[in-house]
Design a protein around this ligand. Structure first.
Ligand code: NAD
Length: 338
């Protein structure tokens, strides 16, 4: 069976999901929406993607793009719509379009958990999305925390977690947000990331804090975990090396910073220079020596791309594909990741 997929919201996340869907052997990209004309629409046209309007088609016609219909036409042709519109618009779209047209819909991390009722990270809770009508892919930060904490929890058991998110101020293309010369703490305790992790890793004891910095490349997390069993650094390193969608990076290979990780991704020839794996620094894994059950590590998250494989696995799960491992392998192969 070929799964027919549409993308509503063709920006940072939407254009990446569109390309990823187009790469899957068991999926067909029916088309993408254009809310307003931009270079993104030009690229969609160059790639031969069908383009559907969401408000008026004037903007497209003025720029010599002939739309293939409107969003209702797109929804009539798809099994699953991936909503990648800016936060809160997905919730509006659920009532305005997806429920009316009875189309399965995936939402992104800008929407609240309650919009879909199920939040998703493939390697943690794939089964919860099987045959569901609405599922939310958690945010880039929550995804990064869930991937590594899930691996640690399975191996050692977790009593509690404290993590600090050092967040990029804006995406690289974004000229509207910042900060440009400040470090801005999130003045709420805990930050929303901890409760969000619990929507996937149910019952995990986790407290998070966050701050934004003047950088566009990646987020960094510093994570402190109280374990139920004793650990040593070599075993934790092996655990991360053997976990899917986690990449161990090393100071020894001059990957000391987010800048060098991004350059590495570009040099590997990744599409758009993306790094969908969560990067854990080998030299920044530590175990406190007088209490071997406290683990510390640092990880970097490429916010533009780490949630893209989850969208693909989520599409399969919602369409009833039951084998999580197989889906993850198929998706990983298409991305060239392990
Ligand atoms: P974006 O601004 O890059 O892209 C959003 C796109 O939606 C734009 O092309 C915009 O023109 C279009 N759009 C606006 N209103 C629309 C409407 N009413 N109907 C259809 N399209 C409309 O945003 P993004 O960064 O891709 O974020 C999308 C979602 O993904 C949000 O929920 C966000 O929180 C989440 N997310 C973003 C990142 C990130 O780092 N950028 C990471 C993970 C999750």
């Amino acid at each position: 069976m070929t799964i027919k997929v549409g993308i509503n919201g063709y920006g940072t996340i939407g254009k990446r999901v569109a390309d990823a869907v187009a790469m899957q052997k068991d999926m067909k990209l029916v088309g993408v929406t254009a809310h307003s004309y931009s270079f993104n629409t030009e690229v969609a046209k160059q790639k031969g993607y069908k383009i559907f309007t969401v408000n008026s088609d004037n903007d497209l016609k003025l720029n010599s793009i002939k739309p293939d219909g409107d969003i209702n036409n797109l929804l009539e042709e798809v099994d699953v719509i991936v909503d990648a519109t800016p936060k809160k618009i997905g919730k509006e779209n659920l009532d305005k379009y997806y429920k009316v047209k009875k189309v399965k819909a995936i939402f992104q991390g800008g929407e609240k958990h309650e919009v879909a009722g199920t939040s998703f990270v493939a390697q943690c809770n794939y089964d919860e999305a099987i045959n569901k009508d609405y599922v939310r892919i958690v945010s880039c930060n929550t995804n990064g925390l869930c991937r590594t904490l899930h691996a640690v929890d399975k191996a050692y058991g977790i009593s509690s977690v404290h993590a600090t998110m050092i967040r990029r101020g804006a995406d690289p293309w974004d000229i509207y947000h910042g900060p440009i010369n400040a470090i801005v703490p999130v003045l709420e305790m805990p930050s929303h990331h901890g409760p969000d992790v619990q929507t996937v890793l149910h019952g995990m004891e986790i407290f998070t804090t966050a701050l934004s910095v003047p950088s566009t490349l990646m987020h960094i997390h510093t994570v402190t975990v109280d374990l139920k069993k004793r650990a040593n650094v070599d075993d934790v390193l092996e655990l991360f090396n053997n976990s899917t969608r986690i990449r161990v990076v090393r100071n020894a290979e001059n990957l000391r910073s987010t800048a060098e990780i991004m350059e590495f991704a570009r040099d590997m020839g990744r599409l758009r220079g993306d790094m969908p794996e969560i990067c854990v620094w080998k030299e920044a894994i530590g175990v406190i020596s007088n209490a071997y059950n406290k683990l510390l590590y640092m990880q970097a998250i490429h916010q533009e791309s780490n949630v893209i494989p989850e969208n693909i696995d989520c599409i399969r799960a919602m369409m009833g594909f039951k084998d999580a491992q197989k889906s993850i392998e198929m998706t990983n192969k298409s991305f060239g990741i392990k």
